[in-house]
Design a protein. Sequence first.
Length: 247
Amino acid sequence: MIELHYAPTPNGRKVAILLEEAQLPYRLVPVDISSGEQFKAGFLAISPNNRIPAMVDPDGPGGEPLSLFESAAILLYLAEKAGRFLPPSGSAGYHCVCQWLFWQMANQGPVFGHLNHFLNYAEGLGASATADGDVAYARTRFSQEADRLLAVMDRRLGEAEYLAGDDYSIADMAAFPWLLTRRAVGIDLAPFTQLSRWYEALKTRPGVRAGIDAGTAEFSNISTLPGEFTKEQKRALFGQDSSVYKR
Ligand SMILES: N[C@@H](CCC(=O)N[C@@H](CS)C(=O)NCC(=O)O)C(=O)O
């Protein structure tokens, strides 16, 4: 059975949503990134960038086990395996899905992640919103960029039902979970009418719901609320440099 090394974050949820939508049997392997489990040798062996999600398919290409890290690589692999949510390799539709998937990976994900960091975590880590202006500038920079990216999605969804065209695809599954964080980053979807339409349609899909709920029991005792992080949790998640691999 496919193993999903997972925490209930936007990047983790993308893959859980696809596994649920495609009804591929899988087993969750919880990784508590707030206690440093992402630095354990066993995890680094399959995810050398110490980030979730990672995946192990015991029945990979040629019947050999395959492990993958990076959510888009995992989504592409699993969609191809399931034969769903991705047009045939080499078709124009395939490249269109890749284009929106890579847009999400290079733009929407990192920008929303940094916005959340500077709005909700940076001050608790000792940075000041006022003393040197660093946090204030970072907040402005990433909230403007997030707003622009929402408009990119809204314009695209004004010309097509889904990000990559007429069909729901892994590009939609990649972009959706980041919008679940919208309240934490002060985003109101209402002015983006086409994006709101798309968001509401995806939210009610049973596979999306099941993917969002994945790991709820396993993570019920692990808090990731900014104000509740202990010193050890902050050390695991923030201020990472090359020394993390020597710990
Ligand atoms: N580009 C990566 C990003 C993965 C990522 O940033 N994962 C976060 C959770 S959403 C993580 O594992 N953080 C652990 C850490 O920062 O040590 C992907 O899409 O898979």
